[in-house]
Write a protein that binds this ligand. Structure first.
Ligand SMILES: [Zn+2]
Length: 81
């Protein structure tokens, strides 16, 4: 689930049509940000999301070598049925 959230966030930031460097309320900004969205960077957000996704993928491969995440889900579901 965490990976799904990361993937969706990366899609959102990558596909947003805004053209400015800091992003916009649709992709990087938050209306309740205590720092007034002062230090945002759209490319930086993409880099962080990609790095965390890569780390998650490596962690999953290390813990379950040779098993694809989708297949693991099916195996877990079978075990609980
Ligand atoms: Zn945007």
């Amino acid at each position: 689930m965490f990976v799904d959230v990361l993937r969706r966030a990366l899609e959102l930031v990558s596909e947003c049509a805004c053209a400015n460097e800091v992003g916009c309320p649709c992709c990087t900004q938050h209306t309740h940000c205590g720092e007034y969205n002062a230090v945002l960077n759209k490319d930086g957000a993409k880099m962080v999301l990609e790095a965390v996704l890569h780390a998650e993928k490596e962690k999953n491969e290390k813990n379950h070598p040779g098993v694809m995440p989708e297949k693991r889900c099916r195996l877990v579901k079978k075990m609980h049925c």
